[in-house]
Design a protein around this ligand. Sequence first.
Ligand code: ADP
Ligand code: MG
Length: 256
Amino acid sequence: MEQGIRLHNLTYSVDGRTILQGVDLFCAKGVNRTILGASGVGKTTILKLMLGLLRPDSGTVSIDGELIAGLSESELIRVRSRLAIVFQGGALFDSMTVGENVGYRLLEEGRPESQVERVVREKLSFVGLEDTIDRYPAQLSGGMKKRAAIARALASEPEYILFDEPTTGLDPIGVYNICNVIRRLQEEGKTALLVTHDLETAFNVSERFSFIHKARMVFEGSREEMLGSALPAIREFLTPTDESLFTVNRKPGGEL
Ligand SMILES: Nc1ncnc2c1ncn2[C@@H]1O[C@H](COP(=O)(O)OP(=O)(O)O)[C@@H](O)[C@H]1O
Ligand SMILES: [Mg+2]
């Protein structure tokens, strides 16, 4: 059976507005990929569709060859457990310690406490945060919060880890640390799928690139193919001009 995440002819709209139109995408297992595109173009929406958190208007999502539509609740849980997401804000629970954040889902599943503690320490150590186990999220820097969120995503041993803007807003050391974690995950056989508008991070950790523009997936290829692409939307993305600020990001009647 095919190993990877496949979106086939996916269409999704909100309030009659088409966000994604006929999107095809295959993220092969073992190959890190970044989906690039301007702000507001539908990148986060794609991740939510992959996770089954949103339902497409038409088209299909399959994980390792299994269509997620039509699965029973228990089958969906089994298939979905191969995926984990690190949300843009990290989404840690402020009232829990870092260790509790990483382990709570395993405890909820009824795993023995000693086993959960071992996993929590292992995952925190993987992201370089073993010393923060008893701290609260508010006591961490932005980059540390992101890494704690990654440790939490890893606790369930997913095959695919989806990253929503993992380095946006971080300082250079924070960016370096996150990229380092993503590359080490790949060495361990995990597959990272990123969505971001941060090109440097994308080039640093992924081999394949997809580009979304005006609701459509307009490009798929290697770094070299993207850099050499003649598509105006990609050229503009790669070399933004002052003018592009006004054409790409301005919302009707809104601020930039
Ligand atoms: N729940 C929602 N209700 C209305 N509009 C939404 C909702 N979620 C997303 N959108 C719209 O869908 C578009 C794509 O959003 P998103 O996937 O978050 O973009 P990106 O992650 O690329 O910045 C945006 O224009 C956004 O305003
Ligand atoms: Mg987003």
